[in-house]
Design a protein around this ligand. Sequence first.
Ligand code: MGD
Ligand code: MGD
Ligand code: MO
Length: 827
Amino acid sequence: MARSDRIAEPWGTRTPYGPGEEWPARVDMYLADGLTEQDVDSWHQTASVLHSNGDAMDIAVKDGSIVGVRGREVDRVNHGRLGPKDLFGWQANNSPDRLTKPLIRRDGELVETDWDTAMDAVAGRTKELLAERGPSSIGFYTTGQLFLEEYYTLALIGHGGIGTNHMDGNTRLCTATAAAALKESFGSDGQPGSYTDVDHADVIALFGHNMAETQTVLWTRILDRLAGPNPPQVICVDPRETEVARHATVHLAPRPGTNVMLMNGLLHEIVENGWVDHDYLDRYTVGFDELKKMLADYPPEVAAEVCDVPVEELRRAAHVLGHAERLLSTVLQGFYQSHQATAAAVQVNNLNIIRGKLGKPGCGVLQMNGQPTAQNTRECGADGDMAGFRNWSNEEHVKSLAKVWNIDYHQIPHYSAPTHLMQMMRYAEDGSIRFLYVSGTNPAVSLPELGRIREILKQERLFLVVQDIFLTETAQLADVVLPAATWGEKTGTFTNVDRTVHLSEKAVEPPGEARADLDIFIDYARRVGLEDKDGEPLVKWTDAEGAFEGWKECTRGRPVDYTGMSYAKLRGGSGIQWPCNDEHPDGTERIYADGQFWSAPDYCESYGRDMVTGAPVSPVEYKALNPDGKAVIKAAEYLPPHELPTEDYPFLLTTGRTLYHFHTRTKTARAPQLQRAAPEVWVEMAASEAEARDWHEGDLLEVSTPRGKVEARLRISGIRPGVLFLPFHYGYWDRPGGHEPDGELGRAANELTITDWDPVSKQPLFKSATAQVRRLGADGEPSAAPTTTASRPARPVDADVPTTRGGPDAEVEERAGQGATSTGGGR
Ligand SMILES: Nc1nc2c(c(=O)[nH]1)N[C@H]1C(S)=C(S)[C@@H](COP(=O)(O)OP(=O)(O)OC[C@H]3O[C@@H](n4cnc5c(=O)[nH]c(N)nc54)[C@H](O)[C@@H]3O)O[C@H]1N2
Ligand SMILES: Nc1nc2c(c(=O)[nH]1)N[C@H]1C(S)=C(S)[C@@H](COP(=O)(O)OP(=O)(O)OC[C@H]3O[C@@H](n4cnc5c(=O)[nH]c(N)nc54)[C@H](O)[C@@H]3O)O[C@H]1N2
Ligand SMILES: [Mo]
């Protein structure tokens, strides 16, 4: 047993292992106030909701309150390990600022009310609008942080009951591109990769993915491989010097917004040298000839020039990728939040496809998710997809869903793809959407161009419902605020990136009158009076397990098949990977073995889209292109970013995360260890840029774009020259008064970002805008950026920068595992 300061050492102690071996177990445990395991009254099974990795854990309860967490050794995902947010983030549950009563706006002010009054107001406004303006005046904006049962119920209510096409999740900002890229290449959502691929891979390539900070436990798995015999080579594509970059065999730091060019350069070199699996291409794919033709225009020299990376390094990366025996590729926001997001992500699929590296141990693609339950938003159709990975453009699929829901199929809007969030905001701005029901997301901080978003959400004519656990920036603008119970206070299931489904048990009672999101949704459906064809209540269940059983029927025969699972089966052991059915009762570790895809025309979730315009491919075109359901290789030409640096705005601005905070910090700012590690916003700039201006660590800067201004202290980091980085975590709820930055400078990165999106996935462009920067002052104080992460000072600095440490209350127990960890479901 060891103790370790897990703020100072986010990844904990190494447990090295070799290729093909089992990842050793290590059980991490944190109990508050010096409690020991003997003091705990009960333990309750769950997994982490502060990222997409799905770290399994047990919640410790004493005297009816959560007092800590312990990793689950038996689980295939983490083998007992936990990351800093897993270990400390639960403290937010116990915060005195939790919402405990519904609020309603009276004479301009939010005041406490009872549930009946609040829900009657919400349901009443819904019914009024349905009568006056029809279903298209109603919109739902949900999240990637509730449970599967809640999304499925919400999708049924919105698409099946209200009949609106305006339903999306914040997954639009997050993983819309993951889903889009998988649909383009494989005809359906669903990750080809499995985490056990890390155990087998000889090359692991991370594209725009700072896994060290955003999936700390998966990164720990890679660190343990790197510390063991025959370590894998790591390729990192990121304009910042992340921890991933520091461990990479080759680190390419391209200009933001040039990912397609870079991928085309890499693919050109690989194809040109014949590092291609022709047998795999012939048997299992269509489209290689078009790709080859396209790549002729992208020799490495051209790519290196446009991306501004050394051509030898680009060639070296291609060589490593081209010689990998077992290649695992991962993709995340550096690719997804840009103007050619889907086009770039698809080229990573192409890399594994043309090399024949799919469906075998160590060979996989993880088009990563970010949020813990984003996969479920997509599966259940609460986000612009159709429940059970059904195809909106396939009448038979719509009919089969209508049958499951026992409604007339015309009731389910399918005249076009569901409205994406950015378009919903436009409709709200223009006044055609008059009612917006926001659950589990904080758009007043997380959407681009916040000045505009605030104006939209504040409108008198828009009835805004916000269902949250805190009085967020968004909740402050609402007409009705509904207090929700959260993780640990309600039961449900959720699915991580590699298709592992975990059960999350209720451990404690929610505070005050807060209610589970599922209960609130069901209550809403009842009050609106939603019914099926036979005049029975549309929502047939009253609890989470009932919803799960309903969902299983919805997935029968679809790729995302849950029919072989049950709460009983998910209880006690490891999470289980879907598809799980009669044929695969223990789940499925790797899909797409032997080139079996879900892309047949009558089965696929999507016929795909044009990479440049986003126009949907017609069923006839798709049938002609891919009659036999193979993998589709889609080429993409490179187009320059929409905003290019000018004299007035000479910098490229990129935004993202730090290890210690989650999103808009509603939870992590309320966990003292995490908040202390990164208490204030900062801005990163390269040493050469700072030197040229004679600026120093901690100088107060103003970063501006045509949309707004942010004030932040300077951290001179390993970021590439010409690029600024702002973490996007810092809104204003915890500022004095908690109000929006009235005229003064803001600190939310999204004051600066642009209203623009990828044409295929409709994911907004958080990673590329142009900006200018000026110095407001210098007082010798260092910035508050962590020193353990990508924001580590680039060189010995003039100011005294304190090393990021947690101290006594961040000491975590690490215990060697007992062995006998199950690594996966069925093989
Ligand atoms: N600590 C922490 N972990 C989290 C979260 C969190 O808030 N905090 N959120 C979760 C969620 S919802 C998500 S979506 C994931 C996101 O996880 P990541 O995608 O790993 O995180 P980001 O910081 O958004 O972006 C990743 C990297 O993209 C790089 N990048 C920027 N522009 C470009 C570009 O043009 N090209 C390339 N190649 N790279 C670029 C950035 O430098 C950054 O290091 O994290 C999840 N995990
Ligand atoms: N500039 C910039 N902007 C970005 C990004 C970026 O990289 N750069 N990344 C984007 C990405 S990938 C994402 S995922 C989004 C995240 O953006 P948001 O979804 O807005 O961020 P969160 O802070 O996670 O908001 C979740 C809300 O749900 C509440 N909540 C938590 N648990 C529950 C629950 O059980 N029930 C209910 N009802 N509420 C709950 C929390 O208190 C919080 O207010 O931000 C996006 N915005
Ligand atoms: Mo995300």
